[in-house]
Ligand binder design. Structure first.
Ligand code: PYC
Length: 310
C-alpha cells in the first residue's frame, strides 16, 4: 500500500504538513513548472495530504523537492485545501522547525527555492526562525472596490509571495466571536476585487489596533480556501511591510510586530531592494512546534483515499 511520511507542525497556531517521502515525483526544472505538473497530473496527492479526512481546511502542505536554482540547498512547493501557494511564511518556519526536529538541519542559514523565487531561512540555536522572503511591493494604493451588499471598501493591493488586498478602514471587529462575520465580509470583498480586474488577489487581510503589549497591529487573513490564517501570515505580513515602507510609516531595519487573529505574533523587518520602485526584502521571524510524525496510508479500498474535494 502506498504511504506518505509527514511531519506536522504549527506556526503561531497555523498548521503545516511537511512531506518527507511518498509524495509525487514532479521531475526536474524550475519550480513554477513543477507546480504546473503537480496541479495538472498529481492534484489528487494535494487533496489526499491536506484535505479531510486526513487534514483540514487550515492545513498547508509543503512538498520537499530538489532545488532548481543552483544556489539553493532545497526546494519546496506549498499547497492548501484548494490549490497551490506561491510562498508561505508560516509554512517555511514550520518546514525549518520540522527539518531541525528530524535531525536534518543545524542552526544557521539555508537558501530555499520556491515557485516565486529564492528565499533564505535562518534557524537560531534557541529555535527562533527568520525568513528573508521574496521581493515584496505594493501595486495599488487606496483602491476603491464596490462590494455588493457592503458598499465601497478601500485597500491596497500588494505582493508578498502571494497577492493580498489589505484593508485598514472597515467596521469589522477582529476577534474570535466574530469569525463568521469576518469570513463573510472578506469572502465578498475577494469576489468583488477579483471581478474588478484583480483576479490574482486571493488573500484578503484586515487590520485593527492590537491590545497586546508590544504588537503594532492585529490581523485577520482569509486564505484562498476560505479558512483564516491562525498565524499572522508571513506573506501577508510581507505585503503589509511593503505598504508601510512605501508610505514611510516604517523605516528600514525597524520592527513591526504583527499579531494574528488568535494572538500569536511575527516580527517583521525590511531592507530596501529598490527604493524608487518601492521594492523591499522582508524578513519575518517566528517559531514553530512539531505536533506529530505520521505515515499517511493511501488505501485503495478507502472511498475517500484521495481526500474530500469540493
Ligand atoms: O504564512 O504566508 C503565510 C501563509 C499563507 C497562507 C497561510 N499562511
Amino acid at each position: 500500500m502506498p504511504t506518505i511520511r509527514v511531519i506536522d507542525s504549527h506556526t503561531g497556531g497555523e498548521p503545516t504538513r511537511l512531506v518527507l517521502d511518498g509524495g509525487p515525483d514532479l521531475g526536474e526544472g524550475p519550480l513554477e513548472e513543477r507546480v504546473r505538473r503537480f496541479r495538472e497530473h498529481f492534484d489528487a496527492y494535494r487533496s489526499a495530504i491536506v484535505n479531510e479526512p486526513r487534514g483540514s481546511d487550515t492545513l498547508v502542505g509543503a512538498l520537499l523537492v530538489k532545488p532548481h536554482r543552483a544556489d539553493c540547498a532545497l526546494g519546496v512547493i506549498f499547497f492548501n485545501n484548494v490549490g497551490y501557494l506561491g510562498m508561505c511564511g508560516h509554512g517555511t518556519i514550520g518546514l525549518i522547525a520540522s527539518l531541525s526536529y528530524a535531525g536534518d538541519l543545524a542552526p544557521g542559514a539555508i537558501k530555499i527555492d520556491t515557485p516565486v523565487g529564492a528565499i533564505e531561512a535562518s534557524l537560531s540555536a534557541d529555535g527562533e526562525i527568520s525568513v528573508d522572503n521574496v521581493v515584496s511591493y505594493r501595486s495599488a494604493r487606496q483602491l476603491a472596490v464596490n462590494v455588493p451588499g457592503i458598499g465601497e471598501v478601500i485597500g491596497d493591493v500588494a505582493w508578498g509571495g502571494n497577492w493580498f488586498f489589505l484593508i485598514s478602514q472597515h467596521d469589522q471587529i477582529i476577534d474570535l466571536q466574530h469569525v463568521d462575520a469576518l469570513t463573510d465580509f472578506t469572502w465578498r470583498v475577494r469576489a468583488a476585487i477579483n471581478a474588478q480586474g484583480h483576479p490574482l488577489v486571493d488573500h484578503i487581510e484586515l487590520f485593527a489596533p492590537s491590545l497586546k503589549p508590544g504588537a503594532h497591529s492585529r490581523n485577520f487573513v482569509l486564505c484562498p480556501g476560505k479558512a483564516y490564517d491562525r498565524s499572522p501570515c508571513g506573506t501577508g505580513t510581507s505585503a503589509k511591510l511593503a505598504c508601510l515602507a512605501a508610505d514611510g510609516k516604517l523605516l528600514e531595519g525597524d520592527s513591526w510586530v504583527q499579531e494574528s487573529f488568535i494572538g500569536s505574533t511575527f516580527v517583521g523587518r525590511f531592507r530596501w531592494r529598490d527604493r524608487a520602485k518601492g521594492e523591499i526584502v522582508p524578513t519575518i521571524t517566528g517559531t514553530a512546534h512539531v505536533t506529530g510524525e505520521t505515515v499517511l496510508r493511501l488505501d485503495p479500498k478507502d472511498p475517500f483515499c484521495w481526500g474530500i474535494r469540493a
